[in-house]
Ligand binder design. Sequence first.
Ligand SMILES: [Zn+2]
Length: 414
Amino acid sequence: MKIIIRITSLVLLFMVCFSFAEYNKPAKKTAASKTSPPSTGTPYYSTDEIIKIRIYSQLKATALMFAPTNGIYEVQADGRTILKLDSKGLLKISWSGDSIEIKTTENNLGRCKSLKIISDDIENGFKLRLLSPDKKPRFYDGNLSVNVEEKILRLVNQTKMDHYIAGVSEAEAGKRSTLEFYKVQAILARTYALGHIQKHVADGYNLCDQVHCQVFYGKTTDHDILEAVKITKGQVVVDQDLQLISAVFHSNSGGQTANSEDVWGTSTSYLRSVKDSFCLKMPNARWERKMATEDWLSYLKIRYKYPVEDSLAKSFALNFKQEHRKSNIEYAGLKIPLKNVRTDFQLKSTFFSINPQGDTLIFKGRGFGHGIGMCQEGAMCMTKSGYSYKDVLSFYYQKVHLIDIKEMNFFKEN
Ligand SMILES: [Zn+2]
């Protein structure tokens, strides 16, 4: 393995720090001149749409292996370059007290508080394998930084926005979908990412890799997904006031999407209920759940003081029906929010009707998820029937516009 140990001068350290300071600023095309690569061959950090994602954010990572898949990576411990790694190189990184321990297969390189592993080209990539907890390897583009956070290692991937969006599209939409559907998913992933770019800034990164933000398992090599991201480059969805929309979606609407206020309490101009026949033949269109009549009635009585002793009220509660989506079970002025019923019984959706059968109730439900915004299975069917990604977006989000992010002057420097 080729190892180049290098003592860094104060000048180099200064330039590295300078590069990071520039790198942390919001990207702006016209700012490129301020971030030209230093002529000394030190790493260059493009400010062009780079995003920082905390990876493995739900796990308590304490040891991992890092290996470049292509290009040369510079290993910087507390700002000092200690090693250069090529694709034959391997680094073992582990948590050790309040420090990070760094080893190659041959040498122990010592400890540091902050580790950055940076390529001179953000297009290069690396393989990461968590050893503790033990996980299958994942592949990422761009750079990696490692810091100690209490008793674990905090891993942050710095990558190009488009690589991140491609990874999210695969994680959210899966493989074997249509190019047109991937365009929809790419635009929604971009809209969400830019709309929440500050979400974790106080923690030192932009977004995490879990459902709290958007699921991201690293790079994708799927041709259609990469193509979809390229074709839709820069496109985002905005509302009538040119604000980035809250690009929410769910698995299956069951034939009708929900108004945002019926689930979340807040009315949003573009999150309106629409009749949706596109997803009706999909796997998540229908569900069933059995429940003891007694359990249902005691729940209503205890939680909502529902008058179960009243025969009319009781009959109403045992035969509740929804032809169209309702937001409450409503009897004589008493309202029981369906979103609470869904949460309390962990039902697939709020869109259900009740049919009594002896001592048992059959909850016959439609759809899967909160029902707001785009129905993923419906959108997929639309694209398979020849509808374009623009048709899909305007069907599920009302009165929205697709615009290029540059038009919003989004990356405006402070
Ligand atoms: Zn998050």
